[in-house]
Ligand binder design. Structure first.
Ligand code: PLP
Length: 311
């Protein structure tokens, strides 16, 4: 579907995608069932958000995506500049001012029928812009999320590198199922040695004796986590990336989670324990306020390029 005017076709309203070199409305963004991205979760992806018409930390997300693709030996046809242009165009076509913007590279399908050689596959880029998503709903963020500590351990870092953003979510989804079975909002996983890692779609922070701490293992190096650490540095709050035993999470003064799709999301209960007065803690709220103030101030902002006519 081409667009010769600066006004996007109505079919793109509220969501636009790029699949196999074409811009399509969201409902046309589909994969063959034999794509290894589907049959083997053989993909890497990244998510950047757009607030008020601007990407936040776009270059950080592109850096991480490029690094992850290289780690998994995935090479789409598009180079970095082309990927960036695709993201801009998806958002512009969607007409969204606040958006969740996904970029994914899939292994694709083998050119030779039945081949088991990854090198026989044509890797391909998928991207889309859809309305903003909160991984923890806004009303839950307001009261503070209730965090379940999952019974199963996070998959070992040596088996699946958590720094490569991936869709191998079996352990994280099991954690979510457990959390919902117990009427909790979401889950956090520890590793097999009992150290805190991360949750389904977010990093975690604890506040302990005035220090803000986040796990040094089992976790994606989140861009929101990086922003939270920068905010702590500006506020003069001592912060560290360190080993966090499960008991520190259970005894924490405050807990908050971080992700692109939600920002800084406070927690008010961990397992059976109520934190503070069962509301988001003051340090979490301060960091959250500044996170959104940085957006208002245009820090790390890249305006979405207006739609250019396609010949
Ligand atoms: N951890 C996992 C497993 C995630 O999927 C995500 C984001 O989707 C995060 C952490 C947070 O990363 P970021 O702040 O870069 O969105």
């Amino acid at each position: 579907m081409s667009n010769t005017a600066n006004t996007p076709p109505a079919a793109f309203n509220g969501g636009a995608a790029y699949v196999k070199g074409r811009f399509v409305p969201m409902e046309e963004a589909v994969l063959p069932v034999t794509d290894w991205g589907f049959t083997r979760s053989d993909v890497v992806y990244d998510v950047v958000h757009v607030t008020n018409g601007c990407f936040f930390r776009l270059q950080d997300h592109l850096d991480r995506f490029e690094w992850a693709m290289a780690r998994r030996r995935l090479r789409p046809a598009e180079d970095r500049a082309a990927i960036e242009a695709v993201l801009h165009r998806c958002v512009a076509l969607s007409g969204l001012r606040d958006a969740y913007v996904n970029m994914t590279c899939s292994r694709g399908r083998p050119r030779v029928h039945g081949s088991r050689r990854p090198a026989d596959c044509d890797n391909h880029l998928i991207a889309y812009a859809v309305p903003w998503i909160d991984v923890i709903p806004k009303q839950v963020q307001e009261r503070g999320a209730h965090l379940w500590i999952a019974g199963l351990p996070r998959v070992p870092d040596a088996s699946v590198d958590p720094r490569v953003k991936n869709y191998q979510w079996s352990d994280l989804t099991t954690g979510l199922l457990e959390a919902h079975d117990h009427d909790f909002d979401t889950a956090i996983l520890c590793d097999a040695d009992g150290y805190v890692t991360e949750g389904p779609g977010f990093n975690v922070f604890i506040v302990r004796d005035g220090r803000v701490l986040t796990p040094d293992r089992g976790s994606l190096h989140g861009i929101t986590r990086k922003t939270a650490l920068e905010i702590c540095s500006e506020l003069g709050i001592e912060a560290a990336v360190t080993a966090i035993p499960r008991t520190w999470l259970e005894e924490a003064d405050e807990v908050f989670t971080t992700t692109t799709a939600g920002g800084i999301m406070p927690v008010s209960r961990v397992a059976g324990r109520i934190l503070g007065n069962d509301r988001p803690g003051p340090i979490s709220m301060k960091i959250r306020d500044i996170y959104w103030r940085w957006h208002e101030d245009g820090r790390h902002a890249t305006p979405v390029r207006p739609l250019e006519p396609v010949a």
